[in-house]
Write a protein that binds this ligand. Structure first.
Ligand code: CMC
Length: 428
């Protein structure tokens, strides 16, 4: 094994260098404090590995993304969302019997407890669907208690995973129905994952849902592209919360909250709001690019830039192409697509973006496709969460099964006051 040497204050410490299956290297600094009384400091974890993982591989310089070794392009072209979920969680694509059992579990766990329906009435119709989603997922821990025990068994995990993947879709659709004041629509057992979601979203007694294979495929692709992305902010949150042995529902709820932020999953909503504003106010593309570069301006080019990708995000490439194809096929026009493409072209020619290697990320084109499907803008991040759920579950399981199990607990460099003493109120 290769070693890295650190010399400090006359002492030398040798640390093992771990090499991943794709050749990435990392120095194992776990004994550094014990030996040299030093910690490492890396604000925002820009260069810190928190675990080893065999789930997802990203090469950010080359723009490569693979789930369990399979390129994202192949999965988006050929896979179904449920088989990709299975692949992420269990490590391999399911065979026919495994696929059948998994689908059966999803179907049997698709309804939510009728008592949970009352929770929806407690939210104002204007409630953001991400708040509703996090609350409802957390409350699953009090309704589906049979699914988790201290002495965690493989089959209870299988049920809990299926319960989450299936019910999150029902919860999301019900929150939409609640927001528009319509009665909810129960899931149908003979529909596939994406179709069932669209049916629950858009079917009504006066306007029956008419299935469209292209639209259902578009949704499946979107979900597949979001299904995992290794140690991002929300997934790391799921691992961290789960490392205290919190149950899967609570850990996923925390991950959903982390995903909501506009620098992460919330960026898809921000992108459409930004494109919409450019369209409505007829803003010039040059001015937008200039504002995005101006450190004194609050304007950021949402859907651009990524901590890991220093090249075109492969998911954005697939979505951009898919938008163009399906728009042509349907003779559908959305002025926001043209604006997005103009913005992209201008940014990719600009030295600010070139020097910083800022490219469109997954959120840049996803919202345009969600719009075509009919998903309201404030639900875009919920769609991200539905897609990301199998990855979060897979990462939680990997963390949970890791030996030795370690609670996540970073260190810090304290920069506060030195010792001082309590002063009574009337002497302050
Ligand atoms: N518009 C303008 N400037 C940007 C942008 C942007 N979207 N992204 C990064 N920069 C600049 C940033 O100002 C900084 O410049 P300088 O070096 O002069 O200070 C440089 O590029 C590096 O940016 P950073 O913020 O230090 O990079 P980071 O790795 O900490 O942040 C990011 C990554 C995704 C949070 C950031 O690029 C960003 O805020 N993008 C917009 C929000 C967005 O689209 N988020 C979705 C990410 S993909 C989906 C997901 O997995 O969450």
């Amino acid at each position: 094994m290769e070693k890295a040497k650190l010399t400090y204050n006359g002492m030398t410490h040798e640390m093992p260098v771990l090499v991943g299956t794709e050749g990435e290297k990392g120095i194992d600094i776990s004994k550094l404090r014990q030996v040299m009384n030093l910690i490492t400091l890396d604000v925002g974890y820009q260069n810190t590995g928190s675990c080893t993982s065999s789930i997802t591989f990203i090469d950010g310089d080359l723009g490569i993304l693979r789930y369990r070794g399979i390129p994202i392009e192949e999965l988006a072209e050929n896979g179904s969302f449920s088989e990709v979920a299975y692949l992420l969680i269990y490590g391999n694509l399911p065979n026919k019997a495994e696929q059948q059992l998994f689908s059966q579990r999803l179907t049997q766990n698709s309804m939510i407890h009728e008592e949970m329906m009352r929770f929806f009435d407690g939210f104002p119709p204007t409630a953001h669907p991400m708040a509703i989603l996090a609350t409802m997922v957390n409350s699953m821990s009090v309704y589906y208690t049979d699914y988790f025990t201290e002495d965690f068994q493989a089959d209870t995990f299988d049920l809990m995973a299926a319960s989450l993947i299936s019910r999150i879709r029902t919860i999301a659709a019900y929150s939409y129905k609640h927001s528009i004041g319509h009665p909810h629509v129960y899931p149908k057992r003979d529909l596939k994952y994406a179709s069932n979601f669209l049916y629950m979203m858009f079917d009504s007694p006066v306007n029956p849902y008419v299935p469209d294979p292209d639209i259902e495929r578009a949704l499946s692709i979107l979900l597949i592209l979001h299904a995992d992305h290794e140690q991002n902010c929300s997934t790391s949150t799921v691992r961290l919360v789960g490392s205290s042995m919190a149950n899967l529902y609570a850990s996923i709820c925390a991950g959903i909250c982390a995903l909501w932020g506009p620098l992460h999953g919330g960026a898809n909503q921000k992108v459409i709001e930004m494109l919409d504003e450019i369209n409505k106010k007829n803003l010039s593309i040059k001015n937008c690019i200039d504002s995005a570069k101006d450190k004194n301006s609050k304007f950021r080019l949402f859907g651009f830039g990524h901590r890991v990708y220093k090249n075109y995000d492969p998911r954005a490439k697939i979505l951009k192409q898919y938008c163009e194809t399906i728009f042509k096929k349907y003779y559908y026009d959305d002025p926001l697509l043209a604006i997005a493409m103009e913005l992209e072209e201008a940014a990719l020619k600009d030295s600010f973006f070139i020097e910083r290697k800022l490219y469109p990320n997954v959120d840049f084109y996803s919202g345009i496709l969600y719009r075509m499907i009919g998903i309201p803008t404030n639900m875009f991040t919920v769609m991200f969460a539905i897609g990301r759920l199998p990855g979060m579950i897979a990462q939680w399981k990997e963390m949970h099964d890791s030996v030795p199990h370690k609670i996540g607990r970073p260190r810090q460099i304290y920069t506060g006051s030195n010792l001082r003493h309590y002063v009574p109120l009337d002497e302050r």
